[in-house]
Design a protein around this ligand. Structure first.
Ligand code: FEO
Length: 160
């Protein structure tokens, strides 16, 4: 397995890990009876597993092996509801950086198939960060007031 493919396999595992982190955040929110926020994070986790499967399928399509390297325990300590979503935004920034590094490596290795494949993720990360940034802005304006939190909870609970 070349360096790029090794890193693509790491990204596959990282997407699973992202899903696992969001499931933990979802449980944290559900424990605090914010069903809408919990639902939103649950859906986000599902999206991460879809991302993982895109890497999984790509690796098979280019005749590479897939290795499950293990998922680490989600580490986050949130002081507030705002804080949970801030940490999700930070996580997305970390994922964007990782995707950009993969893209750079694919350029260096002149792997055009991988570049094409990773182009979708470059766009997707712009969208992911934009979504979370918008949500964090709303949370900052709500400033943990229960009125605002319950209205926003109902809104995020509608995510399909
Ligand atoms: Fe798969 Fe939210 O990045």
């Amino acid at each position: 397995m070349g360096n790029l493919m090794k890193k693509m396999n790491e990204q596959f595992n990282l997407e699973l890990e992202s899903g696992y982190l969001y499931l933990a955040m979802s449980a944290h929110l559900k424990e605090r009876d914010m069903e809408g926020f919990a639902h939103f994070m649950f859906k986000q986790a599902h999206e991460e597993f879809e991302h993982a499967m895109k890497f999984y399928n790509f690796l098979f399509e280019v005749d590479e092996k897939v290795e499950y390297t293990g998922i680490k325990k989600p580490e986050f300590k949130a002081e507030s509801f705002t804080d949970v979503f801030k940490q999700a935004l930070e996580h997305e920034k970390f994922i964007s950086k990782s995707i950009r590094e993969l893209y750079k490596l694919a350029e260096e290795e002149k792997n055009y198939e991988a570049l094409e494949f990773l182009g979708w993720f470059i766009d997707e990360q712009v969208e992911e960060e934009d979504n979370f940034r918008g949500i964090v802005t709303r949370f900052e304006r709500i400033n943990e007031s229960w009125n605002g939190l319950y209205i926003f909870d109902a809104e995020l609970g509608k995510r399909e």
